[in-house]
Design a protein. Structure first.
Length: 501
C-alpha cells in the first residue's frame, strides 16, 4: 500500500501475543545480517589492499606503461614484506571498524562515509610508517608506502560508492527493504514518516501508525492510523512488518510486551533516542535519516543459510539456463507456430512479504485467457481461492504438453536470478488469491516463492486449499538447505513422470 493512500483501520478485536520466555540476546551460534555484511566488506577491503600493493609495485618499479603487468607475489618480494603488509591491513580494518565504516549504508551520508574512509587510510598509513621507524627499517622504498596508501584510498572510496549504489538500486526495486510500523502518531512520528517516504535509499517502506493509549495523533498522521498498540502483533503479520519504531513514551511493561511479541514475530524494534534509554544503556546509537535511535530487539534470521541459498539459486539457475537454452528456443518456436500471440506470459504475482513482481512463463493459453476466466469459474475444481480446470478450453495444443512436464515454468529461472523467486519455495500467488487469505495463510509469504516446493512434489493433484497451505507452512517452519535438495530431487522425478497439469 502506498504511503500516500489512507489506510483502513482494522476491526477493534484483541489479538494478544502468545507469552514466550523474554530474551533480548541472540541465540548462541547465530550470525546477524549486519555482522555478515561487515565481514563481507572487510574481506573486500583486504582484496582492495592487495590490488593496491600490486599497482604500487608496478608503478614504482616498472613505470606506468602499458607493458607492465607484475604479479602480486613478485610485488610482495620486491616491495613490502608480508609482516608489514599484515600490519597495514590489520590497522586499516581496526580503524575502519572504529570509525563505523562497516555499518549499514543507511546510517551515514555518502560524503561522511568517504571522509571517514580517507581518514582511516591515512591513519593506517601513519601507523605503518611509525612501525617502520620503530623497527629501523631502511630497506623498504618509501615510494612504495606512499603509492600503497594512495591507491588503497582511491580503491576503497570507489568500493564504498559501488556498495552504496548497489544498495540503492536494490531498494528502488523494492528488494531488501523493511516494512515499517511507527508507534506514536505524534509530531515526531509524522516527521519520521515523511523522511522514510521521501528518502527511498533508507530501504524502508512505511506501512502505518499504531496509536498508544495516551497519545494524541498529529492531524497529518490521522489518515495513516491502522490500529492501536494492543493490536500491533496482528497488524505486523497482516502487513509483513520487519521493523517497529517507537516514537512516543510508553510504560516499561508495554515495551516488555512489545519486545516479547517482536521476538516471536522476528521483528526489529527501534526507539528514538530519549525514549526508553534506561532499557539499553550500552546500546550503540544508530541513525534513521536524521534521527538517532537505539535498538531494543534485533531479528534472528538464518543469515548464513539464506546467503548460501541465494548463492545456490544464482549458480544453479544460471547454469540451467545455459544448458537448456536450446530447449527453450525450440519451445519458443513451437509456441509461435501453434497459436498467435506472444511467446511469454507475464503476470503480476505476490512474492516475499507481500511484494509484487513480474513472473515469467511460457504462454500455454490463448491470448484472451484472463478474460475468459470469469465465465469458467463455475467449473473450478479447486477449493478456496485456487483455480484449476482439468480440461481447460483456454489451453493451447503445445501448452498442454508444456504443462504436463512443467516446461512452461522454465523462464522463472530468470526470476530466480533476479531475486524475485528461489528454486524451492511456495508457489507465488495472484493478488486476487492473497485478498482471500486469512491471517494465518499470510505466513506462506514469509519466504521467497519458488519454482517448486512441497505441494508441487507431494500434492499437486490434490484440490484442497487447506492441504496446499499446510504444506507451504510446513516448508516455512522447517526450511533448511537439505530440505531444498530433497525437494529438487523429487521434482526431477515428478517432471520425468509428466504428472503436471
Amino acid at each position: 500500500m502506498a504511503a500516500s493512500e489512507p489506510m483502513v483501520k482494522p476491526p477493534e478485536d484483541d489479538y494478544p501475543p502468545r507469552p514466550i520466555p523474554f530474551t533480548r540476546g541472540r541465540p548462541r551460534g547465530s550470525i546477524s545480517e549486519a555482522t555478515l555484511t561487515s565481514a563481507t566488506m572487510m574481506v573486500a577491503d583486504v582484496l582492495a589492499v592487495l590490488v593496491a600493493l600490486s599497482l604500487a609495485s608496478g608503478v614504482r618499479f616498472y613505470g606506468a606503461t602499458a607493458g607492465w603487468i607484475p604479479t602480486f607475489w613478485r610485488g610482495i618480494r620486491t616491495s613490502l614484506s608480508p609482516g608489514y603488509l599484515m600490519f597495514f591491513v590489520g590497522s586499516l580494518l581496526i580503524v575502519n571498524r572504529w570509525y563505523g565504516v562497516y555499518g549499514p549504508r543507511t546510517k551515514q551520508k555518502p560524503w561522511h562515509e568517504h571522509r571517514r574512509t580517507v581518514q582511516a587510510c591515512l591513519a593506517a598509513g601513519l601507523l605503518l610508517c611509525g612501525c617502520m621507524y620503530v623497527m629501523h627499517n631502511t630497506m623498504i622504498s618509501r615510494g612504495i608506502v606512499a603509492y600503497l596508501i594512495g591507491f588503497t584510498t582511491v580503491l576503497l572510496c570507489i568500493l564504498r560508492a559501488v556498495w552504496r549504489h548497489a544498495f540503492y538500486r536494490r531498494h528502488e526495486r523494492g528488494l531488501d527493504t523493511k516494512n515499517v510500523l511507527i508507534v506514536g502518531a505524534n509530531h515526531l512520528g509524522n516527521v519520521i514518516r515523511k523522511q522514510i517516504v521521501r528518502q527511498g535509499h533508507l530501504g524502508r517502506s512505511f506501512k502505518g501508525f499504531v496509536r498508544t493509549a495516551d497519545g494524541v495523533p498529529h492531524p497529518e498522521a490521522r489518515s495513516f492510523l491502522i490500529g492501536d498498540l494492543a493490536q500491533w502483533s496482528k497488524i505486523a503479520r497482516k502487513h509483513f512488518v520487519d521493523e517497529i519504531i517507537i516514537a512516543e513514551q510508553c510504560t516499561a511493561a508495554t515495551i516488555t510486551e512489545v519486545i516479547e511479541a517482536a521476538h516471536e514475530l522476528d521483528v526489529d524494534v527501534l526507539a528514538v533516542l530519549g525514549y526508553h534509554d534506561d532499557l539499553t544503556p550500552e546500546a550503540p546509537i544508530e541513525y534513521l535519516a536524521n534521527f538517532p535511535v537505539v535498538s531494543l530487539h534485533r531479528r534472528n534470521g538464518k543469515v548464513v543459510a539464506r546467503l548460501l541459498k541465494r548463492v545456490w539459486d544464482l549458480a544453479a539457475s544460471a547454469g540451467l539456463l545455459v544448458i537448456i537454452s536450446p530447449i527453450m528456443l525450440m519451445i519458443a518456436l513451437l509456441i509461435k507456430l501453434d497459436s498467435p500471440g506472444p511467446v511469454f506470459y507475464i503476470s503480476q504475482r505476490i512474492g516475499k512479504r507481500g511484494r509484487s513482481f513480474s513472473c515469467f512463463k511460457f504462454r500455454t493459453m490463448a491470448v484472451d485467457a484472463d478474460r475468459l476466466k470469469t465465465s469458467l469459474c463455475a467449473h473450478n475444481e479447486r477449493s478456496g481461492p485456487l483455480f484449476k480446470i482439468r480440461n481447460d478450453p483456454r489451453v493451447t495444443r503445445i501448452g498442454r504438453h508444456l504443462r504436463k512436464f512443467s516446461l512452461d515454468e522454465l523462464p522463472q529461472l530468470v526470476n530466480a536470478i533476479r531475486g524475485d523467486m528461489s528454486l524451492v519455495g511456495p508457489r507465488p500467488p495472484l493478488a486476487s488469491e492473497v485478498e482471500a487469505y486469512e491471517l494465518e495463510h499470510l505466513r506462506r509469504l514469509e519466504v521467497l516463492p519458488g519454482l517448486t516446493g512441497l505441494w508441487q512434489v507431494g500434492a499437486r493433484q490434490d484440490p484442497s486449499f487447506d492441504r496446499y497451505v499446510a504444506l507451504d507452512l510446513t516448508y516455512v517452519e522447517n526450511w533448511s538447505l537439505w530440505l531444498d535438495l530433497k525437494i529438487l530431487a523429487r521434482t526431477a522425478q515428478v517432471v520425468l513422470r509428466g504428472t503436471g497439469s
